[in-house]
Design a protein around this ligand. Structure first.
Ligand code: AMP
Length: 453
């Protein structure tokens, strides 16, 4: 007898969603759909087309683009063996040490973000031959093994966009930012704050980083262990620190704006001017450096109300050079990613996440003939776009009206023997309890008019 059969008597295990993941349920999913639909509409008005990229890619793609030293790549990716290798080794009973035996080319990872995938797709499909720039947007789940907390999950959702190819005209940076702000405005997001910065390029950033490192070494003793370590690994990230005791010291550090090369300084000034022409309100934040390696020049971050410490809803910036780094032609690039979970949370916290009632019409029917009429009525109402609940078995009118109330229906359509034989249907408005009789066409007409109000 197999082991499974012996354990059969035991109480079955109660499964729960894995830590850091969660189910999104109705009615909240209606809000998710509204947000996504708004993104489709707004981005289309800016000439962006949707791209859908795979959930997993070669580990190497992320390591090379995001940077092997970043937390995202070195600590947070869900990585496993490529399928052929995996099954071969499982078949041989050699699970242990399997990952360490594999070369990076054989490994695949769940995507921690989508910019790398979009760049890979741009190269793979020779999109440089299309009219430039190519403007793409995406939405979907991303995966990072971070410490879960409010607004931070291991499976979370991003809505993002990328502009690839063409020039690096500052108007492109400004228009991408204008597009996100338009999207947030359309959703009614509250307390939106846009921070911008320029982090220079290959010409000027290395010198600034050295200057910063030298300045940090002088105050090393006054810094916490994380920042002390970053002096060596990535001094720019010290500027990200939220540690209270470090704030006064950070305020004295050299600022990149004073050390940009001429081209970067000109570009940054023009981006600001372009934002002003578009009426986009921004705040300059010299400490905004962004966590991922591939950014250069323009970086931006947007925060919103009601999110506590994880208040960034959008991060983005310019990444000229990334496509080339991934084996493509020299290509300009800029993009952003919105954290959809946080966006939804902020809308809910500020009362902008209200979703209309689930059902328009609940059909309360009694009797066989009324059932047949109810089925036809449901079909016609649904065809006209109304949401209809048709109970599968007969129930007393009192109980049916109670159910209609619980489901938040706006109307109850009452169909009994009288209604069917008279050809006059009773419509009860649940909010005020009023009842009116209509012929079938009049009823549809009435509901249509109400919906248009
Ligand atoms: P990034 O790709 O790190 O630039 O992040 C862009 C946006 O995605 C952030 O501003 C957040 O809103 C969101 N985000 C990043 N990581 C998470 C996470 N673990 N859980 C929820 N949202 C996240």
């Amino acid at each position: 007898m197999s082991e499974g059969a012996v354990k059969k008597e035991e109480k079955p295990r109660k499964f729960q969603a894995i830590r850091g993941t969660r189910d999104l349920l109705p009615p909240e999913t209606a809000l998710w759909n509204r947000v996504e639909q708004t993104a489709h509409e707004v981005f289309a008005t800016f000439g962006f087309g949707e791209i859908r990229v795979p959930i997993f890619e070669s580990t190497d793609l992320f390591a090379r683009s995001i940077g092997a030293e970043t937390d995202v790549v070195s600590k947070e990716m869900y990585t496993f063996g490529g399928f052929a290798e995996f099954s071969a080794k499982v078949g041989e009973g050699r699970m242990e040490g399997m990952l360490s035996e594999m070369s990076p080319e054989e490994m695949i990872s769940l995507r921690p973000e989508a910019t790398a995938s979009v760049c890979r797709a741009y190269i793979e499909h020779n999109m440089q031959q299309l009219p430039q720039p190519v403007k793409l947007y995406y939405m979907g789940p991303m995966f990072r093994r971070e410490r879960p907390q409010k607004g931070r999950y291991r499976q979370f959702y991003q809505i993002g966009a990328e502009v690839l190819g063409g020039s690096d005209a500052p108007a492109i940076d400004a228009e991408v930012i204008e597009m996100v702000m338009t999207f947030f405005d359309r959703l009614g997001l509250q307390g939106v704050q846009l921070d911008i910065n320029s982090i220079g390029d290959r010409n000027c950033r290395p010198q600034y980083v050295e200057l910063l490192r030298a300045a940090l070494l002088k105050v090393k003793d006054k810094l916490g262990p994380d920042s002390q370590r970053r002096i060596e690994t990535n001094p720019l990230r010290v500027l990200d620190s939220k540690l209270e005791s470090e704030q006064a010291i950070i305020a004295t550090l050299p600022r990149i704006a004073d050390h940009l090369c001429e081209d970067c300084a000109t570009h940054y000034a023009a981006v600001k001017h372009q934002l002003e022409i578009r009426g986009v309100i921004y705040r300059e934040n010299w400490r905004l450096v962004r966590g991922l390696d591939y950014y250069m020049r323009t970086t931006f971050e947007i925060t919103a109300k009601g999110l506590g410490s994880q208040n960034a809803v959008c991060g983005g910036g310019r990444y000229d050079g990334l496509v080339e780094l991934l084996g493509g032609p020299p290509t300009k690039g800029i993009g952003f990613a919105i954290g959809e979970d946080r966006l939804i949370l902020s809308l809910q916290e500020s009362g902008k996440g209200a979703i209309s009632a689930d059902r328009d019409v609940y059909i309360a029917w009694m009797g066989e003939r009324a059932h047949a009429t109810a089925i036809r009525a449901a079909k016609d109402l649904r065809k006209a776009g109304f949401s209809v609940e048709l109970p599968p078995v007969e129930q007393k009118f009192g109980k049916a009206l109670g159910q209609a109330d619980k489901l938040g229906a706006k109307y109850a359509l009452i169909l009994g023997d009288n209604e069917v034989s008279e050809g006059l249907w009773t419509l009860k408005t649940l909010a005020d309890g009023s009842q009116v009789k209509y012929t079938e066409p009049d009823l549809l007409e009435y509901l249509r008019k109400q919906r248009a109000l």
